[in-house]
Design a protein around this ligand. Structure first.
Ligand code: FEO
Length: 395
């Protein structure tokens, strides 16, 4: 499959409807994904990015239907991660001398992945390539989300090829933002931001401001995953500016794991207390052992505050909760309040352990955690309700 985006630009990527796990097993892709590769035909012919390795043969066969490979003058590797560079080894067997434009870090990573001494041309922000009627200008976007990442802007057609930025793991044959279901699109876009770009939010703001200051006319943003933004493309840029700036909706997420439902009872009583204090805040409860971890992270990203709970086991916490806490710490959320809770039988370390994780993750702990012995009785439930009320008061 391929399709024309403009008279001169053709999408030559791969829609991966089957994909359910990405980055190994780290990212769930409930709606599949796509690897977007773009072919520009001008006086010079340019290929921007490729696809993931398992689709290399299919990609090259498809590409041959669009162009004789030796007529490709330049390859641009906006990002060296294998979901975009994976077809390069197979492609470069056919056109081994084709120059590959990338950042210096990109060249190092591509060599590290494929151990090939291809004809790398290293570029920096502001470098450009005249390709005929159009010009391509490179903008380094270091750490968005890898050190090598860059954008390519095509003046003439006014398309920003943004690679991962503004992308979504979202398979759709419709391929344009104005044609797809908006709730699905923005759910996948915010999930992508929350789980992948959160650690780099200050750089996102800075880079967007830098690109906006260039005052480039923009007809489309063409990312490397998901749909192309052609209808009001700056809407996703505005969303990114919001998401990068300590984003929070009026929501509290309660995430817990439980052995015999005691910690679950605490979670529900705390939720009742929050609701009694503030009937308008959205409260969402997730058992970490039963819920997709990336979906939980997305809900935490949308929240003003988080409550994390676990029973004590082996002087520690349940493994599903430690997994989520590790992700929360690594993502580096900002401006979120938190507290801990959990049941115990004898030693009772879980609350203190969770509080330590939360502090390391830069969550603001607004009140000491609550522990309850064995299964909460009516009095314990009342204490949890009061705990929820006082937590809601502090937001
Ligand atoms: Fe879609 Fe960072 O690769």
């Amino acid at each position: 499959m391929s399709f024309s985006i403009t008279d001169q630009v053709t999408w030559v990527g791969k829609i991966d409807w089957e994909l359910r796990r990405f980055h190994g097993d780290e990212y769930s892709t409930h709606r599949g994904s796509s690897y977007n590769s773009y072919l520009i035909k001008d006086e010079k012919n340019v290929l921007i990015d490729t696809v993931w390795g398992p689709f290399a043969k299919e990609f090259v066969a498809n590409l041959k239907k669009e162009i004789e490979l030796d007529k490709i003058d330049f390859i641009i590797a906006n990002h060296a991660e294998t979901d975009h560079s994976g077809a390069l080894p197979y492609l470069m067997k056919e056109i081994p001398d084709a120059p590959i434009y990338c950042t210096s870090s990109g060249a190092k990573i591509l060599k590290g992945h494929y151990h090939q001494d291809w004809n790398f041309i290293e570029v920096k922000t502001g470098d450009s390539l005249d390709i005929g009627k159009n010009k391509l200008t490179f903008v380094e976007a270091r750490m968005l989300h890898w050190p090598d990442t860059m954008f390519t802007y095509m003046s003439g057609e006014n398309i920003l090829f943004s690679n991962d930025a503004f992308g979504q793991h979202y398979a759709s044959e419709l391929m344009y933002n104005d044609l797809v279901d908006q709730a699905e699109l923005f759910q996948e876009a915010i999930k992508y931001y929350a789980n992948i770009l959160t650690p780099f939010s200050p750089l996102v703001t800075k880079k967007i401001q830098e690109v906006l200051s260039m005052q480039l006319p923009l007809n489309m943003i063409a990312p490397s995953h998901g749909i192309i933004w052609r209808n009001n493309p700056t809407q996703i840029v505005e969303k990114y500016l919001q998401w990068a700036d300590g984003y929070a909706e009026n929501q509290i997420t309660i995430v817990y794991d439980t052995m015999w439902n005691g910690t679950r009872s605490m979670a529900e009583a705390i939720a009742a207390g929050i609701k009694a204090q503030n009937a308008e805040v959205a409260i969402k409860l997730f058992n970490a052992a039963h819920t997709d971890k990336n979906d939980i992270i997305t809900e935490i990203f949308k929240s003003r505050a988080v409550l994390a709970g676990s029973a004590t086991i082996n002087r520690g916490i349940l493994s599903a909760i430690s997994g989520i806490l590790e992700m929360m710490k690594g993502l580096g959320f900002r401006n979120k309040k938190a507290a801990a809770f959990g049941t115990y039988g004898w030693s009772g370390e879980s609350v203190a352990i969770i509080e330590k994780w939360l502090q390391e993750g830069k969550f603001e702990i607004v009140q000491p955690g609550i522990r309850e012995l064995w299964n909460p009785d009516d009095e314990a439930v009342e204490r949890c309700v009061a705990f929820g009320k006082s937590f809601a008061e502090k937001l």
